[in-house]
Design a binder for this molecule. Sequence first.
Ligand code: C2E
Ligand code: MG
Ligand code: MG
Ligand code: MG
Length: 290
Amino acid sequence: VAKGDHSGVVVTTSGAHDDADRQRLTTLEELRAGLGNGELVLHYQPQMELATGGIPGVEALVRWNHPTRGLVYPDGFLALAEHAGLMGRLTLEVLEMALAQSAAWRAAGLDLTIAVNLSAANLHDVTLPAYVADALTRHGVPPAALHLEITEEVLMRDAARATGVLAELRATGIRLAIDDYGTGYSSLAYLHALPVDDLKLDRAFVTHCDTDTRSAAIVKSTVELAHNLNMRLIAEGAENEAVLDRLRRWDCDLVQGYHVSRPQPPDVLTAWLRERAGLDPRSLTPTLNP
Ligand code: C2E
Ligand code: MG
Ligand code: MG
Ligand code: MG
């Protein structure tokens, strides 16, 4: 049986969970140490404009470069970080790294927007908008180049409170997106009221939209909904050319997916972008498809 005390430290008494609890505690201590220690790294996944094949921006996705376990993906540590109250710090670190990378790309002549994921904790932090505005100034990145994503599920859990922080962020000139759209039960009333620019349709509805008629219906009607609300529709999880083809035909604005590119370390993505820039922008088939 495991009991948590007020510091969040798990105390185990006996039983089969001992090893799992000890492992969790070790991971948590390692994560606390790793934060601010340069162990978090960002990979970037391109967002492709379907009408032109251009790459206007990327999404920053965090990975934990663990000293012995190697690269740990969000699945392996974000829930723990959230549980331990570390997401506020994690987001700020991610934001700093993403803005530094954005500045480096801009200096190199690559004018990319950068999307950063927020967590539930961030929406409760009334100091976040001022922090973000200051960070943009420090890095010399224009607010319009920063996009912030919040999952529909998190947004709906606390929509009233979220609206204040989101409105303030957006007033700075930052673009806001609802992530994993379609999985979090948002009512149309909230969709209508929230200060949001983009809908990112969850990959559950996208991945098989070339063959599954119900997915197809959802994608088509969500594009229409987004456009009627003056939002852009970004499709997640395009894994083949047939899906890209449908998304283009259905007037979807942007796409992210393994078929365009997996998330990559910044230097790999820079090379990919340079190579791609040498191509005819109308040739939509990626050349470096993993
Ligand atoms: P997300 O924000 O919805 O990011 C998209 C996820 O889908 C990424 O997983 C990406 O690698 C994956 N993906 C992209 N294209 C495809 C595809 O074609 N097929 C499939 N099967 N998957 C695809 P990743 O990097 O493992 O991130 C998972 C989630 O972790 C993210 O989902 C986001 O919610 C969260 N996350 C990642 N980085 C951060 C961060 O810095 N802060 C916060 N708060 N959350 C983050
Ligand atoms: Mg996201
Ligand atoms: Mg998503
Ligand atoms: Mg997701």
